[in-house]
Design a protein around this ligand. Structure first.
Ligand SMILES: Cc1ncc(C[n+]2csc(CCOP(=O)(O)OP(=O)(O)O)c2C)c(N)n1
Length: 328
């Protein structure tokens, strides 16, 4: 990391705070999950916090973001309210989708978080449509689309990128390459000599690649690309290499299934985006252990409040069953 000025120092600390918030929320979901009060599937992003935190740091509230089945981190980093998140996972009416969506279907218009979906690739054209709406309204907003490496295997990805390039839309495509689509590694899904960002670059979009476990690298790359998009330079694509720690879907670990080796897992755990960043910040005197503990105390207290809020909220009334549809 370059020598930081005071603005950068506040960004550096905020990046840590956001990553810690995401990690602790996910850990709390994991520890409560077996109580069977959260009755929807959850896809935790533990290990992938740096992409969400780094990309969203340069976004404004009125910028748009859409995400996938693994959406908690993006929702939190975009400024989504954690009371609404936990209530949503509990299926309560106070949830961000009024308890009707669950973990995979988060929407929070106040935070510019325009939706996430269980359909792999499903929100990519929605993010591009939001980009078209920005272009038509002639504002300098940006629409960010988060998706995994698996979504690059959906036809809609190519149609969407092509349309965004053709119309020069203000869209930032962020591919979180965590190597797996459920239990299938990239090696059984794509030719070995291919890498995603160079393949995508061939479609005429600016494409870049970075270490998705290095939050400062994510932030600087995203910040640069977001600035270019705001200047009217058209869409951009960044692939970030990262790794999910927990099972594909659920609150546990699934290495025992044998689809990935313990060595590989441990090697990526060593690259923990939070642990490595904390060491770096401490070594550079950018933060003290006391400040980190203080941050953690506040985050844990917010999370406790969020779980109490979810527990004490009501389920949506039955007569709400047919509201909030596209066509009523
Ligand atoms: C269109 C579609 N096909 C298949 C699935 C089943 N499915 C759910 S998650 C997933 C893996 C997606 O992998 P990736 O996009 O890399 O995201 P990750 O889970 O690794 O974050 C698949 C195949 C689905 N939900 N939708």
């Amino acid at each position: 990391m370059k020598k930081l000025d005071s603005v950068d120092v506040s960004v550096a600390r905020k990046l840590l705070e956001v990553m810690m918030r995401i990690r602790n929320v996910e850990e709390a979901i994991s520890s409560h999950y077996a109580e069977w009060k959260m009755r929807c599937p959850t896809h935790l992003c533990t290990g992938q916090e740096a992409v969400a935190a780094g990309v969203c740091m340069s976004l404004r509230k009125n910028d748009f973001a859409v995400s996938t089945h693994r959406a908690h981190g993006h929702y939190i980093a975009k400024g989504g309210d954690i009371n609404s998140l936990i209530a949503e996972i509990y299926g309560k009416a106070t949830g961000c989708s009024r308890g009707k969506g669950g973990s995979m279907h988060l929407v929070d218009l106040n935070a510019g978080f325009m939706g996430s979906t269980a359909i792999v690739g499903g929100t990519i054209p929605i993010g591009v449509g939001l980009g078209l709406s920005i272009k038509l309204k002639k504002t300098d907003q940006v629409s960010v689309v988060f998706f995994g490496d698996g979504a690059v295997e959906e036809g809609v990805f190519y149609e969407s990128v092509n349309f965004a390039v053709l119309k020069k839309l203000p869209v930032l495509f962020i591919c979180e390459n965590n190597l797996y689509s459920v239990y299938s590694p990239l090696s059984v899904r794509q030719p070995g000599d291919r890498n995603i960002h160079t393949m995508v670059e061939a479609m005429g979009i600016h494409a870049d690649f970075g270490d998705g476990n290095n939050v400062w690298e994510v932030y600087t790359k995203a910040d640069y690309n977001i600035k270019k998009i705001r200047e009217g330079d058209g869409p951009r694509f960044i692939e970030f290499a990262t790794y999910r720690w927990r099972e594909h879907c659920g609150h546990l670990y699934d290495n025992d299934l044998g689809y990935r080796s313990e060595e590989e897992f441990l090697c990526w755990k060593e690259k923990d985006p939070i642990g490595t960043y904390v060491n770096h910040l401490l070594a550079q005197d950018i933060i003290t252990r006391d400040t980190i503990s203080e941050m953690e105390r506040k985050i844990l207290s917010d999370i406790e409040d969020a779980f109490n809020f979810a527990e004490s909220s009501s389920f949506p009334p039955l007569h709400d069953f047919t509201t909030d549809l596209f066509k009523e």
